[in-house]
Write a protein that binds this ligand. Structure first.
Ligand code: ADP
Ligand code: SF4
Ligand code: MG
Length: 338
């Protein structure tokens, strides 16, 4: 498959081509079947930038990250990290890569072993840095804790003695411990109170500047994406339906699904300068729609018509903006485009 969305220069840190991940699952009648959670996605994460993947729950976002981190094996496709193929079967390569690639999970409480002190948990990640002796590791752990706005004395506490917001700060400190080049952020704020989400977003942005790290951000909260992303892919039932620079995506969303998501997120106060009419999607995401030969959104799309039952390809409409919808591609035919 030609990787259309991966035009890049030397700045590419992670390149994903035609990634597929299938799971063998049992249906309600206990019959085995294959679920294609990720169905041929292509993207590039550039150095020091944030590539965000958005979409409703069940669209396959976390699965992409799990495959990248070696927590699940890909079914097919290529993953290049710093231009070299990434293979989880090559354990020595993977240990080396693990230093350079980290994760911040959605649920900060589940991300920490309740029996281990915060300091010990940080030190474990610092062990990936072979160049540091024990004393330096401890100093570095204290430094990382203060970098995320907490006091170094917290090093002796257990996770149960910390709040969710504090633990998410520590997850970020821990992810930064090995000085990675890429951090996978899987819904980093959605388990937190609305009141502290902004603080965590600011912290992530600051740390990115300071450490020149790239983020692969997965979220269904478009507010977080609007603030953090450089590029955005919109995912529906295993496939990207739109890929674009962030500003372009929010001011001029093209795919009916993107427009529906933006509408549902009520982002007017962010002043994103939207130029297209709103779209209301009907119903909910249903895994069964992924079996369709044609557009998977058709049962929910207000513009659906007979031509939508044909397969839809992801096509570059203008430089850097890709869309999977024949109607959006023929701009005149899409209601509400100005
Ligand atoms: N380990 C697994 N076994 C079987 N199905 C899975 C597994 N992990 C994810 N899935 C399925 O893959 C699809 C995508 O899931 P996921 O990647 O978690 O989506 P998202 O992160 O966008 O909510 C869902 O239908 C989910 O049920
Ligand atoms: S192809 Fe048809 S059903 Fe699919 S998003 Fe476009 S207009 Fe809607
Ligand atoms: Mg998820």
């Amino acid at each position: 498959m030609t990787n259309q969305t991966t035009t890049h220069g030397d700045a590419a840190l992670l390149q994903v081509n035609g990634l597929v991940k299938e799971f063998e699952i049992k249906d309600a009648a206990l019959r085995s079947r294959t679920l294609r959670a990720v169905d041929g996605v292509d993207f590039v994460v550039r150095k020091k930038e944030t590539f965000a993947i958005v979409g409703e729950s069940g669209s396959g976002k976390s699965t992409i990250g799990r495959v990248l981190l070696g927590l699940a094996e890909k079914s097919s496709g290529d993953i290049l990290f710093d231009s070299k193929p990434l293979s989880i079967k090559d354990r020595s390569q993977f240990r080396h890569i693990r230093k350079r690639l980290q994760i911040v999970f959605q649920d900060p409480v589940a991300a920490f072993d309740p029996r281990i002190s915060i300091g010990k948990s940080l030190m474990e990640f610092l062990e990936l840095r072979d160049d540091l002796d024990l004393r330096k590791r401890r100093q570095r752990a204290e430094h990382l804790i203060s970098e995320v706005g907490l006091v170094p004395e917290m090093i002796n506490r257990l996770p149960s003695q910390m709040s969710g917001g504090q633990l998410q700060r520590l997850s970020i400190a821990r992810a930064l411990a090995s000085e990675p080049e890429l951090i996978f952020l899987d819904e980093p704020t959605s388990a937190l109170d609305v009141s502290i989400r902004g603080q965590i977003v600011n912290l992530l942005l600051e740390r990115q500047k300071q450490h020149s790290v790239s983020y692969l951000l997965v979220a269904h909260d478009l507010r977080v994406v609007a603030v953090m992303a450089d590029q955005v892919a919109v995912m529906y039932l295993g496939q990207f339906v739109e890929v674009s620079e962030k500003d372009q995506l929010f001011s001029h969303p093209l795919h009916p699904y993107t427009r529906g998501l933006i509408e549902a997120a009520h982002l007017d106060d962010l002043g994103l300068g939207r130029e297209t009419d709103t779209v209301k999607l009907s119903g909910e995401l249903s895994e069964d729609d992924a079996k369709s030969m044609g557009c998977r959104l058709a049962p929910r799309c207000p513009f659906a018509e007979s031509k939508c039952s044909k397969p839809q390809e992801l096509v570059e409409l203008k430089p850097g903006q890709f869309v999977r919808c024949w109607k959006a591609l023929s701009i005149e035919g899409v209601p509400g485009h100005k």
